[in-house]
Unconditional design. Sequence first.
Length: 115
Amino acid sequence: MTPSGMESARMGLDNVLASGGPSLALAGMSVVFLALLCISLFIGLLPKLLAAWDALRPGAEAGTPPAARVEVAGEALAPDEEARAALMAVAVLHHDPGLAALLGLNLKPARTPEN
């Protein structure tokens, strides 16, 4: 580095020190540390909070996982294998329009006078 380059770098560091740069950096690090601490505490307390919430809910059996309390639709409401395969195909084609174009399908809705 040239002497003039050292002088400008030193002058820049002096300006940072004179304008309270270290204290501003320390304040910023403290804010980030406290935010991360709060997030960590929340994640640590979340299982206990959810257990307390579950105990307060009416009709919830103690110790029963939520998935076991879900009522499943009867067999009459469940789609048959052909309908399930068609729904899965539509979902895949909607997710990958390139595949639909390769198969020659147009997934865009038809224009009607209302829209």
